[in-house]
Design a protein around this ligand. Structure first.
Ligand code: ADP
Ligand code: MG
Length: 352
């Protein structure tokens, strides 16, 4: 056993009060080499912890590095640098056996429910395989009961009927439920959900998030919820991590980060979030129009400086380290006080 967990970003995780530490990502970096000396820094020095029973949301625009982080945690992408620990032990996936055992604890669900199931196999087939692989030898009756239990857990009822269906007979939401069930067949402690509702119809997204929330509670899962939609993170996350150009630029309790974002990039995300109860309506600001233009990245200095209204020479020269905002909040910005004052001022304006 190791001692007390490291405090990523220099602050205590708001997720830590839910349950014991499950996974530690410490200083993860990933570089993709594209040839001709070109390098993409998809993740830089990314650190956070996942706790049993807690939801940590990883939020950022497309291309910010979210999936790369999830794939490193899932053992699908090699680390350029950093360490991952599971239940206090450093993760080493060099043998197939070790990888299999790891998959028994760490499972991932992907964005596209249409690509993730094999069209020639029934739901039963998709679920029996991981049960056999991760739960050991089973009789036919036990397998049947196992499949039924999984389907009931994801509310595909009557289970016996859904088990015989092929993917083309299911809606997008039903397919995603099968993907959840397949991940749960391994009886994992950690679930990595990479934009699990982004490709689903808007009308069923909330229902799917509430299912995830329910599974996290009942199975005491450590859940990493990845999304580009910061409003959905507020819905059920304990801690929000905001990622920009491969770096975590802000972290803290979901409610605080989404209500009073400290980092100028988080302010931008919140201001442009299409939220039904108008999250961020008090935070409209002049640079909102640049949201969604893609991830512009500085060669040096703060990665957000090309888009930041507060950027000065210091920002363009030196990348800021995380600055504590409170005991469980931090943001990487040289001008947190200026950004906070501007957010309060625009909030005042829009209330008039
Ligand atoms: P997100 O999930 O936030 O949209 P990704 O992790 O998919 O972001 O990508 C982060 C960055 O890494 C992007 O610039 C992307 O183009 C790049 N990238 C991701 N995977 C690869 C790869 N296999 N080879 C080269 N570049 C990649
Ligand atoms: Mg992605």
């Amino acid at each position: 056993m190791t001692g007390a967990a490291a405090e990523p970003g220099g602050v205590r995780s708001a997720a830590s009060r839910r349950g014991p530490l499950a996974m530690e990502a410490s200083s993860l970096s990933k570089e993709f080499r594209l040839g001709r000396g070109q390098v993409v820094h998809a993740a830089r020095d990314v650190s956070f912890n996942l706790y049993r029973g807690a939801v940590v949301a990883l939020v950022g625009e497309s291309g910010s590095g979210k999936s790369t982080v999830a794939k490193m945690l899932a053992g699908q992408e090699r680390l350029t640098a950093g360490t991952i620990r599971l239940d206090g032990q450093p993760v080493d996936l060099s043998s197939l056996r070790a990888f299999r055992r790891y998959k028994g604890s760490v499972q991932m669900v992907f964005q596209d429910p249409f690509a993730s199931l094999n069209p020639v196999h029934t739901v039963r087939h998709h679920l029996e395989r991981p049960i056999r692989l991760h739960q050991g030898r089973k009789s036919k009756a036990e397998l049947r009961a196992g499949v039924n239990a999984l389907l009931e857990q994801v509310r595909l009822i009557p289970a016996e009927q859904f088990a015989e269906k092929y993917p083309h007979e299911l809606s997008g939401g039903q397919r995603q439920r099968v993907s959840f069930a397949r991940a749960l067949a391994a009886q994992p402690s950690v679930l990595l959900a990479d934009e699990p509702v982004s490709m689903l119809d808007v009308s069923i997204r909330l229902e799917m998030l509430s299912l995830l929330d329910d599974l996290r509670n009942r199975l005491h899962l450590a859940l990493l919820y990845i999304t580009h939609d910061i409003a959905s993170a507020r819905y059920f996350a304990d801690e929000v991590l905001v990622m920009y150009a491969g770096e975590i630029v802000e972290r803290g309790p979901a409610e605080q980060v989404t209500q009073q974002p400290a980092h100028p990039y988080t302010q931008l995300l919140v201001a442009s979030a299409p939220d039904p109860d108008n999250l961020g309506s008090t935070l409209r600001s002049g640079f909102q129009a640049s949201a969604g233009r893609g991830v512009a990245v500085a060669e040096q200095g703060c990665p957000f400086s090309p888009r930041c209204p507060f950027a000065d020479d210091q920002c363009r020269a030196e990348d800021p380290a995380p600055q504590p905002v409170s005991a469980d909040r931090a943001a990487s910005c040289w001008h947190l006080d200026v950004a906070a004052a501007a957010a309060v001022a625009t909030a005042g304006e829009s209330e008039v």
